[in-house]
Design a binder for this molecule. Structure first.
Ligand code: ADP
Ligand code: MG
Length: 699
């Protein structure tokens, strides 16, 4: 019964009809009464408070004033025609101005009669005025003194009389219908435990509140519900995953690991690296498939951990694969790893999107018959024809750049799933990690190799470029190398590309040719060209490398000590941290210079301040999360946490934890939701599955 009423098509709501219903469907995706009720206000205007004119200041949003209107006059002609009046209360006077509907307004205004006006005050010629105020005559204004909901609407909606007030009116029509009933979706004991309002009340509280505490109670209920069902979805995905978790047992540490560890390891491992390696070895021994996330700040030395893990896989007669997000990084891994392992006789191959067809055929053969021990590459590894004889370990570097489904393609084709290690420099806060990755084990490298000197980071305005050029020259004269980055965030952006080329030409004249060697890399170059330039830079044959963010992740040239970033304001915080991580890898003092224009937005200023104040990746990630939201955090996009309508995983972190705990307790005691007190949950899940077919299924 309740369901039928709420599922009525919106067209049949009094005041809607066929035309408006089309607009509501198109603009807001509102098809039913229920959809409309789920279009929550995004803020409220406090209409319980009446200000006096003496209290007004320019920063105020909308205010209510109580007084009388007088001195109405029409001034100007044609386009400049307007209506003005004076509004007085016992503390002062302001002007009122109308540009439209002048005739009608003159008719409705009753001079010297007490009214309440409502609008946004602005300062004009040293007097405050309000343009197009709302006016309510005092006898009729009893209803007005409450919280007024504000809904997001589009221009199209407004042109169909569906502005915020129009939407509010429609919603009130539903709420006051005698048939209005709502099926409760949360068990009563959950409502009681968390002091939540029943769903029906919550709709009234959120859409028609009389006070702050009303709409807060309404919001709390819907936030809880949203997070609750999301956690149920995540938990059921995990259950499914755990059932298919049989994995290889790597029982021994043998020739390859030992030979490398004892004779070729180029440095002593940090305690953190050793700890992580132990955790990985423990996973290998359990007989369950490893599913581990390795977090470690830029430069903390994740690659060597990956390499040692691969050697264990090979000691246990399986193959290993390492996937990197960019070609430059894949090539670098291939070269470093080939060099480090050159003494122990393993077959290592590189496969990227630009590998020639005939070369690829050979590689595909040699992994299929098991000759290749380690395959390194980019997305190209995901293709269907890349099939291993016996794949034991998958390592994914900087994995936030790959989608879940994309990654799974690497191992879906095998009966025994390989162990998986994903590595990232972007840490994810604990609560989020538990929600998104309750089933994923997390390892952390939480210290940098000894002897690193903290990078000095400064912010400079563009007009000080000359000074910076001199500084770069002095660094180069000491034998150091420089990265010089231009924003080319979408590699297709034409004007950005021109800036890069112009910037390069300019730098070539500043650092004139016979004395300095400059190179450039960007995404439009062929892989071979990129590789050649990067190799020159690595070998120290280039003093300065102009580039785009293609060098953002992973690139490792310890002799480079300066990172200059042009138009820093255009980069995200995590991205800046990654870029900065390209320097400070050797024994010399390194510098990061953030160039910006003089005009900066507040958030850009905050990002730059954070960069100059800390080099701690965790702090930076947390701030980035606050400034930008969680969109870039690994796994979050796929988890559905971003589809929340009212809850916010950053601001409502506590709620995320408590709903998660409630859900875990329910799943533990009543995994199939058979208990009658949990029937609201079961019924609602059924409804959801009927509405959205794929809801609750694995991606
Ligand atoms: P990231 O974690 O950013 O991938 P890398 O694996 O590229 O870091 O390592 C950064 C640099 O630190 C490399 O030059 C690497 O050789 C070096 N390195 C890694 N571990 C150690 C260590 N334990 N001692 C000294 N240098 C190390
Ligand atoms: Mg790396």
């Amino acid at each position: 019964m309740a369901r039928e009423f709420l599922h009525t098509e919106i067209e049949y709501l009094k005041g809607v009809g066929p035309l408006k219903s089309e607009v509501l469907k198109k603009e807001l995706g509102i098809f039913t009464f229920e959809d409309l009720l789920n279009h929550y206000p995004y803020r409220y205007i406090d209409r319980t408070k009446i200000y006096t004119i003496s209290e007004i200041n320019e920063d105020m949003p909308f205010v209510q004033l109580k007084g009388q209107i007088s001195g109405i006059k029409e001034i100007g002609v044609g386009k400049n025609k307007r209506l003005t009046a004076v509004f007085k209360d016992y503390t002062g006077a302001i002007d009122l101005v109308w540009f439209q509907h002048i005739k009608w307004i003159i008719k409705t205004i009753e001079p010297e009669k007490t009214c309440i006006i409502f609008g946004k005050p602005a300062l004009f010629n040293r007097t405050f005025n309000i343009v197009h105020p709302e006016i309510e005559w005092v006898e009729e204004s009893k209803n007005a003194s409450k919280m007024q909901p504000v809904y997001s609407v589009t221009e199209k909606l407004k042109s169909h009389h569906l502005d915020s007030k129009g939407i509010s009116k429609l919603i009130l029509t539903i709420l006051s219908n005698p048939q209005f009933a709502v099926e409760e979706t949360l068990p009563e004991y959950i409502l009681n435990k968390n002091s939540l309002q029943p769903k029906k009340n919550a709709y009234t509280l959120i859409h028609n509140p009389s006070s702050n505490s009303d709409f807060i109670a309404g919001q709390q209920r819907f936030k809880y519900e949203e997070m609750f069902f999301l956690n149920i979805k995540i938990a059921s995905l995990k259950l499914k995953r755990n059932r298919i978790s049989k994995g290889f047992v790597f029982s021994k540490i043998d020739y390859f690991f030992n030979t490398f560890y004892n004779n070729y390891l180029p440095f002593t491992l940090t305690d953190s690296q050793k700890k992580v390696l132990k955790e990985i070895r423990a996973d290998f021994a359990t007989g369950k498939q490893m599913n581990r996330l390795l977090q470690g700040d830029v430069g903390s030395g994740k690659t060597i951990v990956a390499l040692l893990s691969m050697l264990i896989a090979i000691d246990n007669h399986t193959q290993a694969v390492l996937m990197a997000p960019t070609e430059i990084l894949a090539i670098q891994h291939f070269e470093n790893i080939s060099k480090m392992l050159s003494g122990i006789g393993l077959k290592i191959e590189l496969l990227t999107g630009t590998t020639t067809k005939s070369r690829k055929e050979k590689i595909v053969h040699s992994i299929f018959d098991g000759q290749t021990d380690i395959l390194i590459g980019t997305h190209a590894l995901i293709e269907d024809d890349v099939v291993f004889k016996n794949l034991g370990l998958v390592i994914i570097d900087e994995q936030h750049r790959f989608g879940v489904a994309q990654r799974a393609k690497l191992w879906d084709k095998y009966a025994t799933k390989p162990h998986v290690l994903v590595m990232t420099a972007t840490p994810i806060p604990r609560t989020l990690a538990m929600t998104v990755y309750g089933d994923l084990d997390i390892s952390k490298i939480d210290m940098l190799p000894a002897g690193r000197i903290a990078i000095k980071t400064v912010h400079r305005y563009e007009n000080r470029r000359e000074e910076i050029y001199d500084f770069l020259k002095s660094q180069i004269s000491m034998g150091r190398q420089v990265y010089y980055v231009f924003p080319l965030i979408e590699e297709s952006e034409k004007s950005d590309f021109q800036n890069l080329i112009d910037g390069f030409e300019n730098l070539k004249t500043v650092f004139s040719n016979n004395k300095y060697k400059l190179g450039m890399v960007h995404g439009r170059m062929k892989a071979k060209e990129k590789e050649t330039v990067m190799n020159f830079f690595k070998k120290g044959q280039l003093n300065l490398l102009v580039s785009t963010t293609v060098i953002e992740v992973g690139v490792d040239v310890p002799n480079a000590t300066v990172m200059v970033i042009e138009n820093t304001e255009r980069f995200g915080l995590t991205q800046l941290h990654q870029l900065r991580g390209r320097v400070g890898r050797g024994k010399e003092q390194s510098y990061c210079i953030l160039l910006t224009s003089q005009k900066l937005s507040n958030t850009a200023r905050e990002r730059i301040k954070a960069m100059t104040q800390t080099t701690d990746g965790f702090e930076i990630a947390n701030l980035d999360l606050k400034l930008r939201g969680p969109g870039d955090l690994l796994g979050v996009r796929q988890s559905g946490l971003l589809d929340l309508k009212i809850a916010d995983i950053v601001k409502d972190e506590e709620l995320l934890t408590s709903t998660r705990n409630d859900v875990l307790a329910i799943m533990k005691n009543d995994p199939n939701l058979k208990n009658p007190e949990n029937s609201p949950i079961r019924n609602w899940l059924e409804t959801l599955r009927n509405i959205k077919g794929d809801w609750g299924r694995v991606s």
